[in-house]
Design a protein around this ligand. Structure first.
Ligand SMILES: NC(=O)c1ccc[n+]([C@@H]2O[C@H](COP(=O)([O-])OP(=O)(O)OC[C@H]3O[C@@H](n4cnc5c(N)ncnc54)[C@H](O)[C@@H]3O)[C@@H](O)[C@H]2O)c1
Length: 366
């Protein structure tokens, strides 16, 4: 096998185009083929992007494919990942990693036995936006971080997604759908979490598909639609997290981290290259936009898959490792399933925080 690594993608729905745009720009990886449970959809996407659209079996049997990206809905992630592992290929899955901690642990154990890596979204934290704020903390620019506030809310995805039912089924909801961006950001900035105290709720707001051929179709709601939590990090910092599909508007910052010598405003963790701001106690007395100091430049969804392949080649842990995703998922499961009388729930997983990506690194050599 030459220097270029082969990638296949299973799931050619709404998010496919963003992955294609990133992978097409990287010399290190080559998108070889796509597949979908709906062959007509795979054919249409294959034609649009001039890619071979093949059956799942053919894609999994292709020796030129080293890694498969899984872009199926949450409930299919583990079953599809297991097929990819059984085919002896590395996996990069969309989030969440699994629907329960036990399922996630079993998946990683299966991958270890097969000698392949499982990585998981989000990879947004590898962009210049969040890598720069992580580096600002590691450089001591806000002193010792002691608290963080993450607050994301929206009315739900049904106004814009043409097939949004999966957002309200197990594996979806604001906690497992948007939570991975926020909790991954908290863990990569402040380190792993020791315990989670949480409450959640689901309202009886009627939900219907808002656009496309299914417009007006009622949606079943089988997940909490709003939650709040306190995360106690191993380093002693306390994060508050609010995630909601019930919110019409919010004037609050999405993510702030407070330190003994300053405050960081993080950029939207759903994106790669937005800029954060800093207020330093001994600074000019105002917010200052951070110049990029770390991260893959102008990157996008899919960079994590290339980074995982590079990590395998270099014999190190991928930055979007399954162990990081399992920890984030364990925190999110605790928030999603917390009962009214629950006290703090102890976390059993404790991953290493991934190393900072040097500014402008090439994924082929990082
Ligand atoms: N849409 C977004 O903006 C967005 C953003 C970030 C992450 N994601 C994540 O990406 C994943 C996919 O989201 P989407 O919006 O593209 O969904 P989608 O419903 O538009 O597309 C999913 C595709 O997977 C296919 N599929 C379903 N089960 C399958 C199986 N068992 N085997 C093979 N193919 C199967 C479906 O036919 C469909 O084409 C989800 O996990 C979602 O959380 C989506």
């Amino acid at each position: 096998m030459g220097a270029t690594k082969g990638i296949g993608i299973i799931g050619t729905g709404n998010i496919f185009g963003q992955y294609y745009d990133t992978i097409a720009q990287l010399d290190y990886v080559d998108l070889k083929a796509v597949a979908d449970a709906d062959p007509a959809r795979a054919q249409a996407v294959g034609q649009q992007y001039s890619l071979p659209a093949v059956s799942l079996d053919k894609l999994l049997g292709d020796p030129a494919i080293d890694l498969v990206i899984n872009l199926t809905p949450p409930a299919a992630h583990v079953a599809v990942d297991r097929q990819i592992i059984a085919a002896g290929k590395h996996v990069q899955s969309e989030k969440p990693l699994a629907l329960s901690l036990a399922e996630g642990q079993a998946l990683l154990a299966e991958a270890a036995r097969a000698g392949v890596q499982v990585g998981c979204a989000p990879d947004t934290f590898l962009g210049t936006g969040l890598q720069t704020t992580i580096k600002a903390i590691q450089d001591g620019r806000i002193g010792t971080p002691f608290a963080a506030a993450a607050l994301w809310g929206g009315p739900g995805p049904e106004p814009w997604h043409p097939n949004p039912q999966f957002f309200y089924l197990p594996g979806g909801g604001p906690i497992l759908d948007m939570g991975p961006y926020y909790v991954t950001a908290l863990v990569t900035h402040l380190g792993p979490v020791k315990s989670v105290l949480a409450r959640n709720l689901a309202s009886d707001r009627p939900r219907v598909v808002g656009s496309g051929p299914l417009q007006g179709t009622p949606l079943r709601v089988e997940t909490p639609t709003s939650a709040a939590a306190i995360l106690e990090h191993h380093n002693g910092a306390l994060s508050t997290v609010t995630l909601s599909f019930e919110t019409w508007a919010s004037g609050n910052q999405l993510l702030e981290i407070y330190g003994t010598a300053g405050t960081l405003q993080l950029p939207d963790p759903n994106w790669f290259s937005l800029k954060g701001k800093i207020f330093e106690a001994d600074g000019p007395g105002e917010w200052v936009e951070l110049a990029d100091s770390a991260g893959f430049v102008d990157s996008g969804r899919g960079i994590g898959a290339a980074e995982l392949l590079r990590a395998v080649q270099a014999g190190r842990t991928p930055r979007t490792s399954g162990l990081l995703a399992l920890h984030v998922a364990e925190i999110l499961f605790a928030i999603n399933t917390a009962q009214p009388d629950d006290g703090p729930i102890a976390m059993t997983t404790r991953p290493e925080v991934p190393a900072v990506v040097p500014l402008g690194a090439d994924v082929a050599t990082v």
